[in-house]
Design a protein around this ligand. Structure first.
Ligand code: HDE
Length: 752
């Protein structure tokens, strides 16, 4: 804070917050996947001695791969090399005949460098192309042996390494973060028994019931095929055409149109495995389960105007937030929750638990919190880790199994298939980020980019390599599939138990607070307003009349559609298992917001009161909130006390959409300068419009008038007090509300 402590005045790249020093990354003592891989694998049960000339040890796969290590030169001090290890003396000039050319064909270094560059891009993911990832670990709170034999869910001491990739669905790899969309939430658990991938979203339901519809759904939501617009948005004809013709999409569409579609941070989203899975315990008993991730930082969202502005002001807003939080030690944390459904209750609900367009209301089956995931390490190389990670719902471990959900069963095929295309062949699990912890031994061979050198017989059973590797008995951990009953005639039909499309959207709608309902109406109106064909708009509004008449009427009014008497007197669906509403479905009906890791801007200019700044920053930092000092210019500003303060950025360059709340510290000269500064006044107006808390100690209250904001309004978010120390308690308590929703009505239609 004080200039004397901050000589160079330049923030370190990973020190985004105004605490005067670069944050030290502190990594937990979780064992990295590589360290675990380096430990020798246990002797396989029942392994027979190897014959001479065949495998020397059961695990000489890796020994063989590393045979040449003894001859390798240490990398240190060697400098730049070609891909074949030849040291490079000149990396700036091509080989030419004379200084003015022509270039010579024999320039192998040039050819290699350029041709490798020419092949740098791989196909991006067909959906979920835009993503951000982080490493961490998972730990179960207490053994779940009663439900599952999965080792990572039974040993509370075990820290299981994980890699998580968050994503948007619709946009291309370079699309902005804050568009309205579903967020992917995919977790790879590197367990001691193999990789388990929980590939979920931030909504508990999906758009379609059967995987065979997925290509059609994705074609519809992706940009239009003729002109490839819009980018990162569902606000276009083909998406809403599909929705209007496939009412099963409506439930997930409701979630997407709610504030869940525009999260404040990837650290502040809930995650859902969506499908019903099975857990199987050591006795072979099984139950059904739905997985949940509950963010320790609470769930919170942006407001729509802010989300739109951020796509331009900071298209990497979520990616940076995740990265900076980890660098600052605000490790994202998510608790794993399970809704456990005994087999006998499979048919106890008004809906089918195999239907992925239905959630199991938490009011009916509470979420049991079973463990916690902590993300504590940023990737070193985006491409090698975040881009090359290959998730697949087929990746399960003993103790976790699939249910007969037809969507899940289709996913089990599709992901491996797409990885072969995207990552260039069948050996993508040998890429470091995808490798399991344990040794891989089998008779799969060859294919593009094979890394492992496998000696010995390549078939099984064999007597040439001691019949190794051989099957592992279930008692020793070999995977066996739970003996759940399966029979029936072959048919392409959907179960009648999948046919109710409107009860759950209604439950969702009725569970929202008023501001949330308003936002859903606005989102439908905005998106459908971008639809060119009137009959598509009309069909969607007609669907809404089957969910709730008020919802349909309000959207219809905004779109200039007149609903018929028949439409407005339609019988509405009955309550789901007698449940009228469920607080768990609302974003803002339940939690007080977590302050830790939030950001607050301090607007200041020359002449600011250093005492005021110190009091504000001290109170914020005590609450785990990060202050950032913004001024009309970069560098240093002079304080009223004669000192200097380092500025984190300019007011114009760091708009209020980047922070959670604003304070204007005292200091007459500073206040006078800010009152004459258009950027500072716009800053406050925009923060006000986005329903943020604004703190005004002492004379700073005069900023309200200067910025043409209401001066004597009973607005819980315009916090004033006689001085900074008195202000901060009130300010922090107001910040716990995250947004001042009552202000929304007043600011409607006003410009920032
Ligand atoms: Fe995906 N999905 N999906 N999906 N999905 C992909 O796999 C697919 C579905 C989800 O960060 C693709 O590697 C089918 C539900 C996430 O790398 C692809 C069906 C849920 C991610 C694919 C579904 C998801 C993907 C594209 C219908 C939530 C990103 C690239 C049966 C439970 C993972 C890739 C990451 C990615 C297929 C439905 C979530 C094409 C066929 C339901 C989070 O294989």
């Amino acid at each position: 804070m004080n200039a004397k402590k901050q000589k160079n005045g330049i923030s370190a790249p990973h020190a985004p917050f105004h605490d005067g020093k670069a944050a030290e990354p502190h990594y937990e003592d979780v064992i990295s996947p590589d360290a675990i891989r380096a430990t020798p694998a246990p002797t396989p049960p029942g392994a027979e001695p190897m014959t001479a000339g065949s495998m020397k040890t059961p695990d000489n796969v890796s020994a063989k791969t590393n045979d040449m290590d003894a001859f390798r030169a240490p990398a240190e001090g060697q400098g730049l090399t070609t891909n074949l290890g030849v040291r490079v003396a000149n990396n700036q000039n091509t080989l030419k005949a004379g200084t003015r050319g022509p270039a010579l064909l024999e320039d192998f270094h040039f050819h290699e460098k350029l041709s490798h560059f020419d092949s740098e891009r791989i196909p991006e993911r067909v959906v979920h192309a835009r993503g951000s990832g982080a490493h961490g670990y998972f730990q179960v709170y207490e053994s779940l042996a009663k439900y599952t034999k999965a080792d990572f869910l039974r040993d509370p001491k075990a820290k299981t390494p994980v890699f998580v990739r968050f994503s948007t669905v619709q946009g291309f790899r370079g699309s902005p973060d804050t568009v309205r969309d579903i967020r992917g939430f995919a977790t790879k658990f590197y367990t001691r028994e193999g990789n388990f991938d929980l590939v979920g979203n931030n909504t508990p339901v999906f758009f379609i019931q059967d995987a065979i519809k997925f290509p059609d759904f994705v074609h519809a939501v992706k940009p239009e095929p003729n002109n490839e617009v819009p980018q990162g948005q569902s606000a276009h004809d083909s998406f809403w055409d599909y929705v209007s013709l496939q009412p099963e999409t409506l439930h997930n569409v409701m979630w997407a149109m709610s504030d869940r579609g525009i999260p404040r941070s990837l650290r502040m989203v809930e995650g859902f495995g969506i499908h019903t899975y099975r857990l199987v315990n050591g006795e072979g008993e099984s139950c059904f389960v739905r997985f949940h991730w509950k963010p320790v930082y609470g769930v919170s969202s942006l407001v729509w105007d802010e989300a739109q502005l951020l796509t331009g002001r900071d298209p990497d807003f979520h990616r940076k937030d995740l990265w900076q939080a980890i660098e600052a030690g605000d490790y994202p944390e998510f608790e794993l929750g399970m809704q456990i459904i005994p087999e006998k209750d499979e048919h106890a609900f008004d809906f089918d638990i195999l239907d992925a367009t239905k959630l199991i209301p938490e009011a009916l089956v509470p979420v049991r919190i079973v463990g916690k995931m902590t993300l504590n390490r940023n990737p070193d190389n985006f491409f090698a880790e975040t881009e090359q990670i290959a998730f697949c719902p087929a990746n399960i471990v003993p103790g976790v199994e699939f249910s007969d959900d037809p969507l899940l069963q289709g996913r089990v095929f599709s992901y491996v298939d797409t990885q072969r295309h995207r990552l260039g062949g069948p050996n993508f699990n040998e890429i470091p980020i995808n490798r399991p912890l344990g040794a891989v031994r089998n008779h799969q061979r060859d294919g593009r980019h094979r890394m492992q050198i496998d000696p010995g017989a390549n078939y099984e059973p064999n007597s040439l390599s001691g019949n190794w590797p051989r099957e592992v008995s279930p008692a020793a951990g070999g995977f066996t599939t739970c003996q759940s009953p399966a029979e029936g005639r072959k048919t392409r039909e959907r179960s009648p138990s999948f046919s109710d499309y409107f009860s759950q959207p209604r439950l969702f709608w009725l569970s929202q607070t008023k501001p949330e309902q308003d936002h859903i109406v606005n989102a439908f109106s905005f998106e459908l307003g971008k639809v060119v064909r009137p009959y598509i708009r009309e069909r969607v509004v007609d669907l809404l009349t089957r969910v709730d008449h008020d919802l349909a009427r309000r959207v219809a009014e905004n779109l200039g559609i007149t609903l018929s008497k028949d439409q407005l007197s339609r019988a509405l669906p009955k309550a789901v298992n007698g449940l009228e509403s469920d607080p768990a479905l609302s974003l803002y009906g339940r939690d007080v917001q977590v302050l830790k890791s939030r950001r607050v801007a301090l607007l200041a200019a020359d002449g600011v009161s250093e005492a005021s700044v110190q009091a504000i920053c001290g109170a914020l930092q005590n609450a785990g909130v990060h202050p950032q000092l913004f001024a009309p210019h970069m560098g240093m500003i002079k304080t009223a006390e004669g000192g200097e303060l380092k500025v984190d950025g300019t007011i114009a360059g760091n708009p209020s959409v980047l922070v959670d709340a604003v304070v204007v510290p005292e200091g007459d000269a500073s206040l006078n300068a800010l009152m004459a500064d258009g950027d500072a006044k716009y800053y406050l107006r925009q923060a006000y419009k986005h329903l943020k808390v604004i703190g005004l100690p002492g004379a700073a209250k005069t900023m309200l008038k200067a910025a043409a904001l209401p001066e004597n309004d009973a607005d819980a978010g315009l916090v004033a007090a006689s001085d900074a120390p008195k202000l901060m308690k009130l300010f922090l308590s107001a910040m716990k509300r995250h947004r001042i929703w009552e202000r929304e009505e007043k600011t409607k239609g006003t410009a920032a």
